[in-house]
Ligand binder design. Structure first.
Ligand SMILES: Nc1nc2c(c(=O)[nH]1)N[C@H]1C(S)=C(S)[C@@H](COP(=O)(O)O)O[C@H]1N2
Ligand SMILES: [Mo]
Length: 400
């Protein structure tokens, strides 16, 4: 990331981006350079910026320890530039498409007035979370573990709005459009337009949301309106939502086709080239977990008992067990697992460990979904774009 690029940024808020701090100690004898990250407005200063044009930032695991992910902690994944100015008085959402009975436009006020409000805690995870671990490396944001969170979302059911408009019997998919702008600067280019099959769109928890944790959505997370589909790749959860189309075929907007948000329909050897027609759209995300306490790198005393805590989620399914290991998977102990606050919300888990002698340890966590699928301990299923890495999360602890 070069300073020059930054200065020309359209985004005022990240103008200084990542500054290079040059320090000298004791009369200039030692000179060191250190990357200093300028915090993202409205976001926790410990979020790790992976890219600033467009902005992409992930959440360190220890910040996800709370049951409900705070708004300032939720990751940011932008494919383009968020709208500069949002006037909520004039913001509208239009429903149309060849399988809608009519085209209908709602103001924000009308949406809020006309339909009943619902709140759900929904897990949002980028399909590329964990990409950094694939070998050969996959291009794209090198997410480690932090492109996930589970805030409480409030809005109206997508289903209620679609029923108000009326959908034809041949409807198979919905697609979204948002008001962010393309990196090329071309106002006619759509940044991303994805969607979900009608069955997912019609689920009770599928929301058109305006609030996160009881407050307006953060600017970077889709203010003033977005879709939220818990358990599916977060790329389906369109931000800065202005239009939904009801389609009589699989939606074909930008980033629905080719290798975007798709994986080989049949497993392939690492590094393979895969033809477009052999790639399948990612739907429900696989079972996964995080260790959110203690923070990796912690130092304990020999014989000291510590609590280990984390989160686990499983796409459209629920999590039925979490096990932890402190000996590289040789032995596993069951953690205490909490129920989800609602369907499609992650679940908290905790356990206690005592590490007998001094040295280096790793704590591994492994979740099992309601159908018995477990997280693998190594990176699974290489695919060209590095999606769906649900390998076990590991933290390091030292006993002094
Ligand atoms: N309009 C619009 N919606 C979007 C995106 C985008 O770039 N533009 N990115 C998608 C992707 S790839 C992800 S992972 C999620 C990220 O949501 P968040 O930034 O609120 O965490 O938004 C999705 N919705
Ligand atoms: Mo994503």
């Amino acid at each position: 990331m070069k300073g020059k690029k930054m200065a020309g940024s359209r985004r005022g808020f990240l103008k200084s981006g990542i500054a290079l701090l040059l320090g000298s100690a004791w009369g200039g004898k030692f000179v060191f350079a250190k990357k200093v990250q300028i915090p993202i407005p409205g976001k926790h200063p410990e979020l790790v910026i992976l890219n600033d044009r467009p902005l992409n930032a992930e959440t360190p695991a220890h910040l996800l320890d709370e049951k409900i992910t705070p708004a300032d902690v939720l990751f940011v994944r932008n494919n383009g530039f968020p709208p500069e100015k949002v006037d909520i008085a004039s913001w509208t959402l239009t429903i149309g498409g060849e399988s809608a009975r009519q085209e209908k436009t709602y103001t924000l006020a009308e949406l809020k007035e006309k339909f009943s409000h619902h709140s759900y805690q929904l897990t949002l995870e980028c399909g590329g979370n964990g990409r950094a671990e694939f070998n050969p490396a996959a291009k794209g944001n090198q997410w480690t573990t932090g492109a996930v969170g589970a805030p409480l979302w409030t809005g109206v059911r997508l289903k209620d709005v679609l029923e108000d408009v009326g959908i034809k019997a041949d409807a198979v998919y919905i697609g979204y459009y948002g008001s962010d702008s393309h990196l090329s600067g071309d106002p006619d280019k759509v940044v991303i337009s994805r969607g979900v099959p009608i069955a997912k769109a019609m689920e009770e928890e599928s929301l058109i949301a305006w609030a996160m944790n009881g407050e307006a959505l953060p600017r970077l997370n889709g203010y003033p309106l977005r879709l939220v589909f818990g358990g599916w790749p977060a790329s389906t959860s369109g931000k800065w939502l202005t239009k939904i189309v009801v389609r009589n075929k699989v939606h074909d907007g930008p980033k629905m086709e080719g290798d975007a948000y798709r994986v080989p329909c049949n497993p392939v050897a690492p590094g393979s080239k895969v033809a477009d027609e052999d790639m399948c759209i990612i739907e429900s995300m696989p079972v996964k977990s995080l260790i959110t306490y203690p923070k990796t790198g912690g130092i304990l005393k020999a014989g000291q008992e510590v609590e280990i805590r984390g989160k686990a989620w499983a796409g459209d399914l629920s999590v039925k067990a979490v096990h932890i290991s402190v000996d590289f998977g040789a032995n596993w102990q069951a953690a205490q697992l909490s129920p989800a606050s609602n369907r499609l919300a992650w679940q908290g888990w905790k356990s206690r460990i005592r590490l007998p002698q001094q040295g280096y340890y790793e704590v591994w966590a492994r979740a099992t979904d309601s159908e018995g699928n477990m997280q693998p301990m190594v990176v699974p299923g290489w695919n060209p774009k590095g999606y769906l890495n649900n390998a076990c999360h590991r933290i390091a602890l030292k006993v002094s």
